[in-house]
Design a protein around this ligand. Sequence first.
Ligand code: FES
Length: 321
Amino acid sequence: MNASTLRVRVARKTVEATDICSFELIDPSGKSLPPFSAGSHVDVTLPGGITRQYSLCNDPGESHRYLIGVLKDPATRGGSKAMHEEVNEGDALEISVPKNHFALAHQATRSLLLAGGVGITPILCMAERLAIANSDFEMHYASRSRDRMAFHDRILTSAFASKVHFHFDDGPTEQKLSLEELLANPRQEVHLYVCGPKGFMDAVLGTARAKGWPESQLHYEFFAAAPVKSVDDESFQVKLASSGRVVVIAKNKSVTNALRDAGVEIPTSCEQGVCGTCLTRVLEGEPDHKDLYLSPDEQAANDQFTPCCSRSRSAMLVLDL
Ligand code: FES
């Protein structure tokens, strides 16, 4: 435990939809929890020691609890399965203080919120916040089917229900989400927020970019995804700017693991290129970005990279370490 770690108790575990559970986390002695803003997540240390990020989906005005929603996804590496099968009401969990890499842009005069599946979690928190602030917004929530849609009833009975449009993959054509129409006319003061499975995010962001939405008005957060491994991955060298020391990164090793073996610790969390915890400045060389965290513009700048999963196009990278 350190200053950025909290011990919490699972006060309630609720089945919200097929394969989705929510977990209400409280301070074991009933104290207030550190405040959070819409779009925040916590790192949860799971049974077995692995860490996963889960977005907070309650009203950010609440201080007595954090609410997270977890999809049991067979495609993930076991984190969600452990949450569903091994974590129960009354259990203690270690979590980080809330972090926000997906914050609302305060200059927006209108917000377009798009959620796919369990991507509703940060989007719901944003809707709560925007509704309380009386801000102009519209929300679209797409799901494979009604039984897989978490928080449907909570949204229907919320103060902002009239701003929400539900879309079901297995429903009639007229209720399907038309990104072409929705994103047809980007306006300077409208900001778009999207969270969901990779296919959904790619469709939303791809359409928005094709319609001319500026990158500065697109906000998104990917879930943990299997790291992209390529048979073409080559070994390369990393130089630590402070000492001039050179470390060889073997083909099958991540930069963070190779540096850890060499006694240089870079903090990590997701180890999948989605959370940004390991973000490191690049002083020379060209990274081969494999993350989902940096925007295309940030990746193109080549002055930072995520060493948990990204590699190098040049023979050497000089890092600000
Ligand atoms: S540890 Fe999450 S992006 Fe590298």
